[in-house]
Design a protein around this ligand. Structure first.
Ligand code: GDP
Ligand code: IMO
Ligand code: MG
Length: 431
């Protein structure tokens, strides 16, 4: 098996979970390396739909082991709940899921800070998922946080450390936000109980991934969020707090670059964004509503309606360049089935000037207007297509156009939610 990194090419929710599940068979590992429970990865297996926030999307493949890397910020309460929910549905998790001892512990006060800071930002709010991600990474970089390895300390020591951290956070809650304190003793006791159930999962990352490092074991790396939400390369400040571009897979696992293999980008056949910030091809009013209804575009984590727009080649080329993508998987092509015309942004117009490169400065990216090209729709259902030849000519033309314009092979096409609704095209879609 060739190792692969699967990266979101747009603003998240591209269907990474579905793609990882579909490609995951045969891999030794599926590895998450950044972000936390802000992710919502939906996987449909048989008639059942699962939404994963922390557990890697390889969990539905019995023979795959799953790993949460040091680059993640993990809420142990959320992790426990997710494991229990999976086990209740008969999915074996124990002995298959491993967590790096260097992963950051996301505590209840991080979530509280996340909410309060959003309120404080008022009209400038980011529209975070409220999962505590920014504050947890803040503590990590300030070298002030707890890590998963701390859960293996003697229980009294862990309880004392937790109380100390919560009391410190309570001071900030009172002084900065005039907010109620969190119950330190109760939460610390809960953490002690959680520690005992999560301990068996905690591993030393260097040893656990030795087989991958030495090339004896294969790995599929599961990106969360998307390229334009990257803390460094996204539409800052309307971004998440981790590197969702390919670099995150290195720092978030401690594996060397040669272990990553091919970098593949997942793109919706159109675009969506949840939360605030620039979105050049966004459609308003009825047109946006139409795509939202057709694609059932509501957040997998927060249930918020996703903003919808046409495929954006400018942002797409940027994602190809930043991540070094060598393959594209286009998802949700079936969502466009009924449309007589499909549009794509070929370039931007910034104050009357044509721009072919994504403007990373926020004052520019929020002012650009898309230069749209129209392509004829196919007006036929794609859900049953399994080979490229099954696709109607106009659907193939649309994919060929994306492939040519992005300069990267389309290696897979998703035409529905379920595992089977995939068309694999390893040599691309252009005849
Ligand atoms: P992720 O965060 O990138 O894993 O994506 P999400 O799970 O948040 O959002 C993708 C949504 O689209 C989920 O509801 C998926 O079940 C659904 N989905 C994925 N691929 C397809 C597809 O090809 N067609 C349709 N109609 N839905 C899809
Ligand atoms: P997956 O992995 C879509 C967005 C939030 C907000 C911004 C910052 O399912 O693709 P955060 O809570 O991370 O501080 O929020 O990032 N966001 C996502 N949008 N999909 C996601 O994950 C996201 N994770 C965060 O909506 O705009
Ligand atoms: Mg999602």
């Amino acid at each position: 098996m060739e190792n692969r990194v699967i990266i979101g090419g747009q603003w998240g929710d591209e269907g990474k979970g579905k793609v990882i599940d579909a490609l995951g068979e045969g891999y030794d590992w599926v590895i998450r390396y950044q972000g936390g429970a802000n992710a919502g990865h939906t996987i449909q297996v048989g008639a059942r739909e699962h939404v994963l926030h922390l557990v890697p999307s390889g969990i539905f493949r019995e023979a795959v082991r799953c790993y949460l890397g040091n680059g993640m910020v993990i809420d142990p309460w959320a992790l426990r709940d997710e494991i229990l929910a999976l086990e209740e549905q008969g999915v074996r998790v124990r002995n298959r899921l491993h967590v790096s001892s260097a992963a950051q512990l996301l505590m209840p006060y991080h979530k509280r800070f996340d909410e309060l800071r959003e309120i404080q930002r008022k009209r400038k709010s980011i529209g975070t998922t409220g999962r505590g991600i920014g504050p947890a990474y803040q503590d990590k970089l300030a070298r002030a946080g707890l890590r998963f390895g701390d859960l293996t300390a003697p229980l009294e020591k862990l309880e004392r450390a937790a109380i100390e951290h919560i009391l410190e956070a309570n001071e900030v809650l009172a002084k900065t936000f005039d907010a109620e304190p969190l119950p330190a003793k109760v939460l610390a006791e809960e953490l002690v109980v959680l520690a005992q159930s999560l301990r068996p999962l905690i591993v030393d990352g260097y040893s656990a991934l030795r087989g991958v490092r030495e090339g004896r074991e294969s790995a599929l790396f599961e990106g969360a969020q998307g390229t334009l939400l990257d803390i460094d390369h996204g539409t800052y400040p309307f971004v998440t707090s981790s590197n969702s571009t390919v670099g995150g897979a290195l720092t978030g696992t401690g594996l060397p670059a040669r272990c990553l293999g091919e970098v593949v980008g997942v793109f919706k056949a159109y675009c969506t964004r949840v939360g605030n910030g620039p979105f050049p091809t966004e459609l308003r009013a009825e047109e946006g509503e139409q795509l939202r209804t057709l694609g059932r575009e509501y957040g997998a984590t927060t249930g918020r309606p996703r903003r919808c727009g046409w495929f954006d080649l400018v942002a797409g080329r940027y994602a190809v360049g930043v991540n070094g993508l060598v393959g594209l998987v286009i998802t949700k092509l079936d969502v466009l089935d009924a449309l007589p015309v499909v549009k794509v942004a070929e370039a931007y117009d910034l104050d009357g000037e044509r721009r072919d490169d994504f403007p990373i400065r926020p004052d520019e990216s929020c002012r650009v207007r898309p230069v749209l090209k129209e392509l004829p729709g196919w007006e036929k259902p794609l859900g049953k297509c399994r080979r490229l030849a099954d696709l109607p000519a106009n659907a193939r033309k649309y994919l060929e156009y994306l492939e040519r314009s992005l300069g990267v092979l389309v290696v897979g096409i998703s035409v529905g939610k379920s595992r089977e609704q995939m068309v694999m095209t390893p040599t691309g879609v252009t005849a």
